[in-house]
Structure formats: structure tokens, C-alpha cells
Design a protein around this ligand. Structure first.
Ligand SMILES: O=C(CO)[C@@H](O)[C@@H](O)COP(=O)(O)O
Length: 230
């Protein structure tokens, strides 16, 4: 894929985030990797979605050096590249400050799987990172954000749970490409809203029983999946 094609896909994915009303002003970013070339295209930092153009998308390598582009890349670039280096199957990453997912992040609570809408997309709860230490914040904040995320996935699959919420901050989602990572950001926001409403209606509600989680997740994503047409 040419840099131009990669930048166009990343631009479209960023615009989809805006179109879905998951970002206000500049509060989010989407990237996509070309693993053959070892480069990532990402939104420029601090540019309003209304003003952004394809040529503003910045291409960086996996060590965060700018390879192409006149603008400074997203301030969260190091988190994105950390995820690409550690989750080898992913091709796109999205970060938003969408309201309900961010509320769970600020409450520093994982999002429990209360229903089948959630189980259709993520296998179990949505993990929340640990709160960063002062030392980590000083060391390399954006890289450490990535470390906090990958630490949550030592015992779980980033394919089965393509999303995480960052304590005190906001969500990150990922997928096979930029478009799918945005799709997961939209899904996460709906899941977070439903979970919030569920717990508000019934504070002592328990997570969905495992057999139903298994049924819903696996009928859509398991090796014998039968949901949809593929
Ligand atoms: O998390 C934050 C701000 O808290 C950032 O993701 C958000 O403002 C977007 O930053 P960039 O414009 O991508 O540098």
C-alpha cells in the first residue's frame, strides 16, 4: 500500500469518528499500520476534525520518527506504536474521549458484561488499567499508557477483547484496520452506556452468566461461528 492510500484510509477513519459524534473538538485520534513497510499513519496533533485534510495525516515509524508529513503527529502516537509492537495481529487503533466509556475510565472501574450486546463483541469485562505511578507519569507518559494497556492483556486476548479503558483517562480500541478500530469505539460507547444504565437501575446486578457470554461471543467469533453470512 502506498503512503497516500494509507493516509487516505486513516483520514476516512478519523472522519468516521467525527461523523459518529464520538469526538468533540480534537479529542481523539485514529491510526493504521502498514506492517510490510513498518510505518503507521496517524492524525496530526491538535488539528480540529473540521479542518483536517488527507495531507495533514502524519506517517511515523515504529520508533515514533516522522517519515512523512509536515505536522506534529498525535500526542498519543507512542501509545499507538506500543500497541502495534505488542499486539501483532492488530492493524488499527482508535482513541476517543466518548462520554460513557470515559465515565467508566474516570470511575476507574472495568465495564462488566451485563448483556448479550456486550458479549457479541467482547469476551468478558472490558479491563481498566492500573492508575499510573508518579514515576511512570514522569518517565514517558504516552509510552507508559501503552504499557498499562498491554499489562491488562497478559492473560487475555486482544482479539477477543479489542478494547480497554485507561484509568482516569479514556478508552482505546483496536481492530484489523483503522476502520474496524473505529467500529469498536462506537460499539464500546454503546456498551458503556448500557452498562451504566443497567447498574443505575439495579446497583447489585451481576454479570451475565458465562454460558450466555460463551454462546453469544462464540456464535459470532468462534471457529464454528454461524452469525451473519460468512
Ligand atoms: O487524550 C487526549 C487529551 O487528554 C488526546 O488524546 C486528545 O486531546 C487528542 O490529542 P491529539 O490531537 O491526537 O494530539
Amino acid at each position: 500500500m502506498s503512503y497516500r492510500e494509507l493516509k487516505e484510509q486513516v483520514f476516512e477513519a478519523n472522519m468516521e469518528l467525527h461523523h459518529r459524534k464520538l469526538v468533540v473538538y480534537t479529542w481523539g485520534n485514529v491510526s493504521q499500520i502498514d506492517r510490510d513497510k513498518g510505518v503507521v499513519a496517524i492524525k496530526p496533533s491538535g488539528v480540529a476534525y473540521e479542518d483536517m485534510k488527507v495531507d495533514d495525516i502524519v506517517v511515523v515509524d515504529l520508533d515514533n520518527n516522522v517519515v512523512e508529513g509536515k505536522m506534529r503527529p498525535s500526542s498519543d502516537t507512542k501509545t499507538h506504536t506500543h500497541l502495534y509492537r505488542h499486539f501483532e495481529s492488530i492493524g488499527g487503533v482508535t482513541h476517543t474521549h466518548s462520554t460513557y466509556a470515559t465515565a467508566w475510565a474516570q470511575a476507574q472501574q472495568p465495564i462488566p458484561c451485563y448483556g448479550t450486546t456486550h458479549a457479541d463483541y467482547a469476551y468478558g469485562d472490558i479491563p481498566v488499567t492500573a492508575v499510573m505511578s508518579d514515576e511512570q507519569i514522569k518517565r514517558d507518559y504516552e509510552e507508559e499508557t501503552g504499557v498499562q494497556i498491554t499489562d491488562c492483556f497478559k492473560d487475555r486476548s486482544p482479539v477477543e477483547t479489542p478494547m480497554c479503558i485507561i484509568a482516569g483517562h479514556a478508552p482505546f480500541t483496536w481492530g484489523k484496520d483503522a476502520a474496524q478500530s473505529v467500529y469498536h469505539a462506537v460499539v464500546l460507547e454503546e456498551m458503556a452506556k448500557m452498562a451504566y444504565l443497567t447498574r443505575t437501575l439495579r446497583p447489585d446486578v451481576q454479570p451475565l452468566k458465562q454460558a450466555i457470554i460463551d454462546k453469544h461471543y462464540l456464535r459470532k467469533h468462534g471457529k464454528n461461528a454461524y452469525y451473519g453470512q460468512n
